[in-house]
Design a protein around this ligand. Structure first.
Ligand code: AMP
Ligand code: ZN
Length: 471
């Protein structure tokens, strides 16, 4: 199936052409681990997961890299402000290293709860300092850097003619719009590659370098780690939409002089999760996490369903009301899938299976239209011409593609309902199942009659049996 994606660089939906046939390599900007990841961050990671599952469903092998930013960077894009990791450490009375470990573990926990397939590699910035220093040295040799004494090594954006192309801005427009936070920079858009440690305070994270003790600039880690794990040129780079104008623009500026053009073939950016009064963000201090939802008794799949009802290029507004509505919608589907497990399983209708399989996959392959795919899923449930076994097999596929765990939740519901039968009846049904497995149909029939006489109907399901009390 032809895959199509919106490419921020060209501002068009394009046919996807991989660098290596049937393989996709993509890099996603990951979290800064000084605090828990909120539901907004998780929307971004979930979108990465959908991108990956779409490629897998289309028969691609996938190499996915997502970094953990564990170096304490400064809070503004302008390389000024406080160090986020040091702030986290002071808040929690821990070392910065402990803070990083704690929040990486929490992030992985929440990603698992949302059923995100683990990235192939999750490199940490602090484990790639050597590579980052080498990258700066290459840029230095090519003449792209300058030093601000007592401050750091900076990238000279005026040397890179296409600077700003990703955000559709040229250098003079950018210069006119920018706030001046550092008067010593040659151009307002220049950014730090290496920051010197302050002389008056001791930083917990700092490293030796050819220019002096300090720490790398934030943008650098993504260029060096993507190159290490995906090669110098790769298919897709993803991240939240706010990365277009600064972070990703700077990643391109510091990468293309070294690796050549185009460094990345497709740029895919995710829209935000909003609260009523603006973006959900860590700096606001109060935010929702996946674990917070679980603690309140929500199934994390309800949140996943809520996000997939939107499109990745549009904002999604989060509120407890929208989550409750998504929970009801999600549970309705689970109920219907559980009901499919009630009837005797007939065989899978291969033709119908393939027809519906493609109908479900097509919208997701077309620029990740998950909501449209979920409409097809609802139509499938309503279609009386598709038997239950085929529908259940298709739901296995829906779960692979959208990761919504419908089958898992439906099985649990179904089991719960089966448990209602008294133990003796369940034992008879179990014996009947064994008899059927060993092809002793006379015994199986006899057991069915006994169960019937006791007021229960036993039904075969793909997993075994279901017992339903007779009216
Ligand atoms: P951070 O830890 O702040 O660097 O964020 C990690 C990732 O989450 C980045 O790719 C951000 O763009 C993304 N992100 C942050 N806030 C939101 C939000 N409210 N909605 C969607 N994505 C977000
Ligand atoms: Zn990045």
């Amino acid at each position: 199936m032809q895959i199509r994606l919106y490419n921020t660089m060209t501002r068009k939906i394009e046919d996807f052409k991989p660098i290596t046939p049937n393989h996709v390599g993509f890099y996603s900007c990951g979290p800064t681990v000084y605090w828990d990841q909120h539901l907004g961050n998780m929307r971004t990671f979930l979108n990465n997961d959908i991108l990956k599952r779409m490629f897998l469903a289309n028969g691609y092998s996938v190499t996915h890299v997502m970094n953990f930013t564990d170096v304490g960077h400064l809070t503004s894009d302008e390389d000024t402000g406080d160090d986020k990791m040091e702030k986290g450490a002071a808040r929690e009375n821990m070392t910065v290293w402990q803070v990083a470990d704690k929040y990486i573990a929490n992030c992985v926990r929440d990603m698992n709860a949302l059923n995100l397939i683990r990235p192939t590699y999750t490199p940490r910035a602090t484990e790639h300092i050597k590579e980052q220093i080498e990258w700066i040295q290459k840029l230095e040799k090519l003449g792209y850097t300058y030093e601000i004494p007592g401050d750091g090594i900076y990238y000279d954006t005026s040397k890179f003619a296409e600077y700003g192309a990703l955000g559709g801005q040229n250098l003079s427009e950018l210069r006119a719009g920018a706030r001046i936070e550092n008067n010593n920079k040659k151009n307002i858009t220049d950014f730090a590659l290496w920051k010197f440690s302050p002389t008056d305070t001791k930083r917990q994270m700092e490293w030796e370098s050819p220019w002096g003790v300090g720490f790398p600039g934030w943008h650098l880690e993504c260029s060096t780690m993507s190159s290490k794990y995906l090669g110098e040129h790769f298919d897709i780079h993803t991240g939240g939409q706010e990365h277009i104008k600064v972070h990703h623009t700077n990643e391109i500026a510091q990468s293309e002089p070294i690796v050549g053009k185009p460094w990345v073939h497709y740029w895919v950016h995710w829209a935000w999760l909003l609260l009523k009064d603006g973006k959900m963000s860590k700096s606001s201090g109060s935010f929702w996490t996946v674990q917070g939802l679980i603690d309140k008794g929500y199934d994390p799949m309800s949140y996943r369903y809520l996000v997939l009802l939107g499109h990745y290029r549009q904002p999604v507004e989060f509120s407890m009301d929208s989550l409750d509505a998504a929970t009801t919608g999600y549970k309705n589907i689970v109920r219907k899938v559980a009901d499919l497990m009630n009837d005797d399983a007939s065989g899978i209708d291969e033709d119908k299976y393939h027809q519906w399989h493609d109908k479900i996959l097509a919208p997701v392959s077309d620029n990740l239209k998950t909501a449209e795919s979920l409409v097809v899923v609802q139509d499938l449930l309503k279609d009386k011409n598709v038997n239950n076994a085929t529908k259940l097999a298709l739901f296995e596929f829906v779960d692979e593609l959208l990761g919504l765990q419908f089958m898992d939740r439906a099985k649990k519901l179904h089991e719960l309902e089966s448990v209602a039968a008294p133990v003796e009846i369940q034992q008879l049904a179990q014996q009947r199942l064994e008899a059927k497995k060993s092809r002793d149909f006379a015994t199986a029939d006899n057991l069915r009659n006994q169960i019937d006489a006791a007021g229960w109907t036993v039904m075969d399901t793909p997993d075994g049996f279901k017992l339903v009390k007779k009216q």
